[in-house]
Ligand binder design. Structure first.
Ligand code: SF4
Length: 440
């Protein structure tokens, strides 16, 4: 059975690059080293697939050719005054590049799933900077690991075994014995069960706790006996551990970005890390979810100067989350068509946004059936990037990795081919419209 080594797992932001895959008769038969999510992604890649391009006719879908579906998508996008392009977190950077060009040509708004997960982190990073490192440095050096408002055992199952707690690093050669694990959360999670120190915070009080840690660090004390449900002595103990470690890191999750305080929580955590660097080496990193959510923020920033929620309707990039992010646009009924690729907003957005998304002309590009594909007007199936198509993606620490093609997907186009054809069709149609106007 042919064996493919050093495969990158296209599932979560860990982008584990040590996966071994065995293929027989064009099918993936065995997967080694992956967690259950990663193994499931490889072994069930042929299940729940969209088999043919489809166009809605009333309540039913009619199967059509790729050419017809792409032509209909082009028609929808060019007829719209202000289309929204959304998703992108589970596809390659090459697709992001074409999509951003498409948004610019159309005068559309482009946004990714960061706007409903780590968007506040990005805003805080723009405000106060990002003293971060790579996961390789964490593996080799970190002797104090803090997971704040995240549960990697569930969301990033190999994070601790590959990068933080268990691996033997260059200067942490006893693995777990060389490291101290702190978990800060509103409940005792599975990750908290493994902690050397678990700190339970009252829901919505992370900012106050972070601010108290900074105050203790600077002034040695605080005037109250507890903050956010955490006794002063526990906070002082954590500060001492942070000050006296050789290399510390805080990993934070959406429990911090999506609770009261949002980007203020992240800014305060970053400021704490900045303060700690007066005493020791300390760093911070967002636990990014989808495997290439970081990639989209990187590519959009090179191209437009802004990381997500970019509005090109003025002819230049305009960034104002709260106005230009997908949910605000849908809830304010401020877009009149949408293209969703490699994500499922109907499963995750608030009901009001989904209701409006279902009303406007909607194009969905995805390998798999989803709630969003069920409310679409045009559905275009694609290959799975990282299994049936190669491409580039950024790990959560912004290290780019190359995803491999493992098996063929006969009769399907890749996200990149589909987006390139849509871009070409849009350019052709817009130039015809311009010629017709000039002739009048
Ligand atoms: S931790 Fe994430 S990237 Fe690694 S194997 Fe599991 S799902 Fe894949």
């Amino acid at each position: 059975m042919p064996t493919i080594e050093d495969v990158v797992c296209p599932f979560c932001g860990c982008l584990c690059d040590d996966i071994v895959v065995r293929v027989e008769n064009g099918e993936i038969r065995e997967v080694e080293n992956a967690c259950k999510f990663g193994a499931h992604r490889f072994l069930t890649v042929k299940k729940h697939r969209i088999k043919r391009p489809m166009i809605r006719e009333g309540q039913e879908f009619k199967e059509v050719s790729y050419e017809e579906a792409i032509e209909r998508a082009v028609e929808i996008l060019t007829n719209a005054k202000k289309p929204l392009l959304y998703g992108f977190s589970s596809t390659s950077c090459e697709v992001h590049e074409v999509a951003i060009e498409l948004a610019e040509v159309l005068g559309a708004v482009i946004d990714n799933t960061a706007s409903v997960c780590h968007g506040p982190s990005v805003l805080a990073i723009q405000e106060v900077g990002y003293p971060s490192v790579t996961l390789g440095e964490v593996k080799n050096r970190a002797d104090l690991v803090v997971y704040w408002a995240c549960n990697p055992i569930h969301a990033h199952p190999r994070h601790m075994s590959r990068y933080t707690l268990f691996p033997r690093g260059m200067w942490t050669d006893k693995g777990k014995l060389d490291r101290f694990l702190v978990v800060v959360d509103v409940r005792r999670t599975e990750t908290a069960e493994m902690a050397d120190l678990f700190i339970k915070v009252k829901p919505g009080y992370d900012f106050e706790v972070l601010n108290a840690l900074r105050t203790i660090l600077r002034k040695g004390d605080i005037p109250t006996n507890e903050v956010g449900g955490v006794p002063k002595e526990t906070l002082k103990e954590l500060v001492e551990r942070m000050k006296n470690c050789k290399f510390g890191i805080i990993f934070f999750g959406v429990g911090l970005t999506m609770s009261r305080g949002k980007h203020r929580n992240i800014a305060e955590a970053i400021k704490l890390v900045r303060d700690l660097n007066d005493y020791t080496k300390f760093s911070i990193m967002a636990m990014r979810g989808h495997y290439n959510v970081t990639g989209f923020n990187e590519v959009l920033t090179w191209e437009s100067g802004f990381p997500f929620a970019v509005d090109f309707t003025r002819g230049y990039p305009w960034f104002n989350p709260g106005e230009t992010d997908a949910n605000s646009l849908l809830q304010n009924r401020d877009v009149d068509a949408a293209l969703v690729i490699a994500s499922d907003p109907a499963a995750h957005f608030p009901r009001e946004s989904v209701r409006y998304l279902a009303k406007i002309p909607l194009v969905v590009i995805d390998p798999f059936e989803s709630l969003t594909s069920k409310i679409a007007d045009v559905v275009i199936p694609s290959k799975v990037v990282g299994i049936e198509e190669e491409g580039s993606a950024y790990r959560m620490d912004a290290v780019p990795l190359r995803l491999k093609k493992i098996i063929e997907a006969e009769g399907l186009l890749s996200d990149l081919e589909i987006m390139e054809r849509i871009l070409e069709g849009v350019r052709r149609r817009l130039s015809k419209t311009r010629e017709a106007v000039a002739e009048r």
